[in-house]
Design a protein around this ligand. Structure first.
Ligand code: GCO
Length: 475
């Protein structure tokens, strides 16, 4: 089926691949990025400022004052980056569209140059045989929507987001078949509104649940618009992040606490998009903190995901502890547990368990792992080459977990490494590196790491990777 993309002629517009025969499907091996983390060109070609541009401009908000002003300069180097993806044998690429690049003030006039950028990117990917998976919102809210409307706390935001989504779908929807509305609304709500470490920098739990609520409504409105549009024949969902919680002991109390913790994490955003409401345990324990959906919103939310898009990095061990948060669940993962540079415990078993949990809970929907990867203490040699065996070990063990979930019946259709290349890790600046390609500080030269070479080989040997993975064959 990849042959359908292999032509080079500009005269023939790129098209979607024809559907595969029933019972036979391709596994999408890919890598993921996000606009603010790689594009740079923060003020070029009439792009408007985002809340992340403003937040990073304030000293003390990010490590070493790093910003996405230049990032990986992908906005100018995108052609070479697609070549790089080809060299890595990628079959799919997940990227996000910068809302303020397309609509500088978030609503109103569209910036044609901004849309053109993504249009060319999609065409070039398809010509390279790489399937685009598009995220509409990866946290870079147009700053004007924050200052004028109070951002996600404004109940009108869902309609505004849906208008923006429609503009992008209208332009790219004839060629893009896999869409994600929001990336990790859980992080937006917790980091942006509970903890105040991401913009808009609030510390207010009630506000966090309200923002989360409007994010869910925004997702639902955009999905409804997509499905009703002339291009709405593809698949749409949102990228859900969660860890799995293992009980600290065999006691029924710890088991119940662990179950509550997973429902409160994965279910906060997953349940509304499948059942049309929050998990009962959140309703019971959060009371008035949790807003209610109107009947119309609940109807729009129900079955508003066509697939499960999971971003997975880590898990935890919890025990029942009265008063430890609304779920009475306390994280007791030992401090000496093996961790990545983010200090996140390395728990591939949690990946397998979470995949099974999500699949059971959400009707056996197809699953795409839309992010998985590790920050490692990369040490380049004198040529800039990074022999990141620790990252390979992380990826191998996590792919084995995907295989185990598949063998248990989970319908996994693709896997995207986070990330294609080292990039701006939000508040951590460039200090934390997730790439399978190094982006050399200063020169921004791309150098494929050992993990990138390993991943390319894996893809080549497992083009129809589903079967290989389920058989546990991760070389
Ligand atoms: C997220 C985002 C990515 C991060 C990655 C590593 O999960 O926070 O989707 O933008 O860079 O997850 O933290």
């Amino acid at each position: 089926m990849t042959d359908s993309y292999s032509y080079q002629s500009n005269a023939v517009p790129p098209q979607r691949a024809p559907a595969l025969p029933a019972g036979d499907y391709e596994f999408f091996w890919g890598a993921a990025t996000a606009a603010y983390q790689i594009e740079g060109a923060a003020r070029e070609d009439r792009k408007g400022p985002s809340i992340w541009d403003e937040f990073c401009g304030i000293p003390g908000n990010t490590l070493d004052g790093d910003t996405g002003e230049m990032a990986c300069d992908h906005y100018h180097r995108w052609r070479a980056d697609v070549e790089l993806m080809r060299e890595l044998s990628l079959r799919a690429y997940r990227f996000s569209v910068s809302w303020p690049r397309v609509m500088p003030r978030g609503r109103g006039p569209v910036n044609p140059t901004g849309l053109d950028f993504y249009d060319r990117l999609v065409d070039t990917l398809l010509r390279a045989g790489i399937e685009p998976f598009v995220t509409l919102y990866h946290w870079d809210l147009p700053a004007a929507l924050q200052s004028e409307l109070n951002g996600w706390l404004n109940p009108d935001m869902p309609a505004i987001f849906a208008d923006y989504a429609a503009v992008v779908v209208e332009r790219l929807g004839d060629r893009v078949a896999h869409w994600m509305t929001l990336n990790e609304p859980w992080v937006v709500a917790t980091a942006g509104y509970f903890e105040g470490v991401h913009p808009p920098g609030l510390r207010d739990r009630a506000a966090g649940y309200r923002a989360g609520h409007n994010l869910l409504r925004a997702h639902a409105y955009a999905v409804a618009g997509y499905r009703a549009s002339r291009c709405g024949t593809g698949q749409i969902s949102f990228a859900l992040n969660s860890s799995f919680s293992f009980p600290a002991s065999d006691s029924p109390e710890d088991a119940a606490a662990a179950q509550r913790a997973v429902e409160n994490f994965a279910g906060w955003f997953g349940d509304p998009c499948w059942f049309g409401d929050y998990p009962a345990v959140m309703r019971e324990r959060l009371g008035d903190l949790l807003p209610a959906f109107s009947a119309e919103d609940a109807a729009l939310l129900r079955r508003s995901m066509d697939f499960i898009a999971l971003n997975y990095y880590t898990s935890d061990i919890v025990r029942h502890a009265a008063g430890a948060g609304p779920m009475d669940a306390e994280v007791v993962t030992p401090p000496d547990f093996r961790r990545t540079e983010m200090n996140w415990p390395i728990m591939p078993d949690g990946f397998r368990e979470l995949l099974c949990w999500l699949s059971r809970r959400y009707g056996g929907l197809p699953v795409y792992v839309t992010e998985n990867g590790a920050a490692c203490p990369d040490q380049p040699d004198e040529h800039g080459y990074v022999d990141d065996q620790d990252r390979i070990a992380y990826l191998r063990s996590h792919l084995s977990a995907v295989g185990a979930a598949m063998a248990a019946g989970v319908n996994v259709r693709g896997y995207f490494v986070w990330s294609l290349m080292d990039n701006l890790e939000w508040c951590e600046g460039f200090s934390k590196r997730f790439g399978i390609v190094r982006c050399e500080p200063g020169t921004l030269r791309r150098i494929i790491k050992s993990s990138g070479r390993w991943y390319a080989k894996l893809i080549q040997s497992a083009r129809r990777g589903a079967v290989a993975l389920a058989a546990g064959a991760v070389p």
